[in-house]
Design a protein around this ligand. Structure first.
Ligand SMILES: [Zn+2]
Length: 186
């Protein structure tokens, strides 16, 4: 197991459309292990494989609170097959856009089809934080970032900031000091 580097915007690989998983072999199991280790170390509650530079449709999640036992969940080839008309707003963050948080409106509930680690087809209905996280991570597998769901003005501002930082190879400072980190969704 190893902690891998997390790609940060404007890394173009974050815009790749990831490939479907067809087999679960030793290397895929190692990828999943590394994703959990990287996600827990960040810390984050979700991670998509492309965030560590692997364009495969693999998502890891763990929504357990600090004082609860770990609840690792793996989703292979996850896909939203139904979304509620009702929307919910949640303040999202992303390990690939560190220290930036913004409210995002998404369907409040979704039904997601996926394969488990044994390639067995599964389906779950998710609500609340789980629904938000699944949508956020499935977006990653399609090359979509949460900032694509906010206003163009805000998006342009944050992209510009990260481009500038990448040029200078400097650490990115928070946009505002009053922005308290809540959830690094992943
Ligand atoms: Zn993310």
């Amino acid at each position: 197991m190893a902690i891998r580097d997390i790609l940060i915007i404007p890394d173009k690989r974050l815009r790749l459309n990831s490939e479907a998983v067809k087999t679960v072999d030793k290397s895929l199991r190692a990828l999943i292990d590394d994703m959990f280790e990287t996600m827990y170390a960040a810390p984050g509650i979700g991670l998509a494989a492309i965030q560590i530079g692997v364009p495969k449709r693999v998502v890891t999640l763990d929504l357990a609170k600090k004082d609860e036992p770990k609840q690792p969940q793996v989703f292979l080839n996850p896909e939203v097959v139904w979304a509620s008309d009702e929307k919910a707003i949640y303040e999202e963050g992303c390990l690939s856009i560190p220290e930036y948080y913004e409210e995002v409106e998404r369907p409040k509930a979704v039904k997601v089809k996926y394969l488990d680690a044994e390639l067995r087809p599964q389906e779950i209905e998710a609500d609340g934080l789980l629904a938000t996280c699944l949508q956020h991570e499935i977006d990653h597998t399609n090359g979509v970032l949460f900032i694509d769901h906010i206003s163009k003005l805000k998006r342009d501002m944050v992209v510009k900031k990260f481009k500038k930082a990448a040029k200078k190879s400097e650490a990115v400072k928070p946009l505002a000091e009053d922005q308290e980190p809540s959830h690094h969704i992943g």
